[in-house]
Design a protein around this ligand. Structure first.
Ligand code: PMP
Length: 457
């Protein structure tokens, strides 16, 4: 496609390097320029409407036109547009939001540290845990164990916890403190005749073996998304989290639940830790905390960790970590308003109800010759494609079918996201039944087109 040099597309191609984009391919296609949003819809510069089936980047819980969030931001901009939290400074919205998060998150999480993004939050977790272990006299206990296909961000340290090769390749990652155990994906990796519980036992045994091989005195923490998001919406097998948790407790390995996607209702409960029976030492939140109207993330953690860090600030020196815009007043004010709306409108129940309708609608593709698995929980789902149903083999090149379906969806007015050979669904929490049905209708049109196109190759 050629674009006029002075069009927005032409100027984008001339001036921008896009995140997570093939730069050369982008030079040929140019961007899809989105100009406005309304509810679960966004509109491009030609006026075409799309259902945002991924809520932006798994994040716009309240849709694209929530005036109360805009007003909360404007009120705060008038009152106090900026103040930091360094050197004992404070401001009201960050204090109130910290209090609210401690009250609403699972028990045992007592303190909050704010950052701007999920990646910064996970970098912060690493530094907090290192500082804590230095402070309590176990300086060797520094390694983190994540999982293949886990996503925890893209900064150098958080990116090392991420277990997706595309985020490592070319960047000299991962760093040496990070290890990865298997993806908990029963459909793909469960053995013939193995039950979900037996599979979970096998994964817990793998984790234990890794901790023992590395040396328990060197392993600080295990990090995981309760339900994996960017790796392809992978729902943990039955029994997985309690078994993993038991191994961590046995070796005094901290449990970090990365709920950057899962948090605030996505899995049908306020937090996915409740969905899967996880009692984390550290909980990481972002995205839906402000519906992404403002950049904000929060690390919520136990009193034991706080006490270690507080003691360490006296014995090691000041906790010398934080960002200029950590706990930004506008972002935290928007966060407070966003959480109020999620609670007032009971959007967690809506996510559970709408999720059931979405997953029932997608289940009809289970017998489709190109579909290997339809999976999901709450209002997050994926359809994974296979070239051979019996062997579960994917396509060559990887993602061929998923990319074709995604492109056809875009043509029919539905924005989704691809992960490997899966297309992922994660619409705003405010979505209605009629909108889910329209989303499914557009997906159906796209499946017909993409299937015909692939069958013709
Ligand atoms: N953790 C998880 C689970 C995520 O899904 C993401 C982003 N998709 C991150 C961390 C990183 O967040 P950010 O992009 O805000 O740095």
């Amino acid at each position: 496609m050629t674009h006029l040099p002075n069009s927005l597309q032409g100027r984008d191609i001339t001036y921008l390097l896009h995140p997570v984009t093939n730069a050369r391919a982008h030079e040929r296609t140019g961007p899809l320029v989105i100009t406005r949003g309304e509810g679960v819809h966004v509109f491009d510069d030609s006026g075409k409407d799309y259902i945002e089936g991924l809520a932006g980047l798994w994040s716009v819980a309240l849709g694209f036109s929530e005036k109360r969030l805009v007003e909360a931001a404007i009120r705060q901009l008038h009152q106090l547009p900026y103040m930091h939290l360094f050197a004992s400074k404070g401001h009201e919205p960050s204090i109130l939001l910290a209090e609210k998060l401690v009250q609403m998150t699972p028990k045992g999480l007592d303190r909050v540290h704010f950052t701007n993004s999920g990646s910064e939050a996970n970098d912060t977790v690493i530094k907090m845990v290192w500082f804590y272990n230095n402070a309590i006299g176990r300086p060797e206990k520094k390694k983190f164990i994540g999982r293949i296909k886990g996503y925890h961000g893209i900064t150098i340290a958080a990116g090392s916890l991420t277990g997706i090769p595309a985020n490592h390749k070319g960047f000299d990652l991962p760093l040496d403190f990070a290890r990865h155990v298997s993806t908990p994906h029963y459909w793909r990796f469960g053995h013939e005749g193995e039950t979900e519980d037996q599979y979970s036992d096998r994964l817990a045994a793998e984790l234990e073996e890794m901790i023992l091989t590395e040396g328990p005195d060197t392993v600080a923490a295990f990090i995981g998304e309760p339900l994996m998001g960017a790796g392809g919406v992978i729902v943990p097998p039955r029994g997985y989290w309690p078994k993993i948790q038991a191994v961590c407790r046995k070796y005094d390995v901290l449990i970090v639940a990365d709920e950057v996607i899962n948090g605030f209702g996505r899995t049908g409960k306020m937090f996915a830790c409740e969905t899967y029976g996880i009692e984390p030492d550290i909980l990481v939140l972002s995205k839906q905390i402000t519906s992404s109207y403002q950049p904000l993330a929060a690390v919520v953690f136990s009193d034991a960790i706080y006490q270690g860090i507080a003691d360490g600030s006296e014995t090691l020196g000041t906790f010398g970590h934080g960002y200029t815009t950590s706990g930004h007043p506008v972002a935290t004010a928007v966060g407070l308003e966003c959480i109020s709306i999620i609670e007032e409108r009971d959007l967690v129940s809506n996510a559970a109800r709408m999720g059931r309708i979405l997953r029932e609608g997608l289940a009809r593709y289970k017998d489709h010759p190109m579909v290997g698995e339809v999976r999901g929980e709450g209002l997050i789902a994926a359809v994974e494609f296979v070239s051979d149903k019996a062997t579960k083999a994917g396509f060559q090149p990887v993602g061929l079918a998923a990319q074709a379906v995604m492109a056809a969806c875009q043509h029919h007015g539905l924005i989704l996201r691809v992960s490997g050979e899966a297309v992922c669904f994660c619409p705003p929490l405010i979505i209605t039944e009629d909108e889910i049905r329209e989303l499914l209708h557009r997906f159906d049109l796209a499946m017909t087109d993409a299937f015909a196109q692939i069958a013709a190759v």
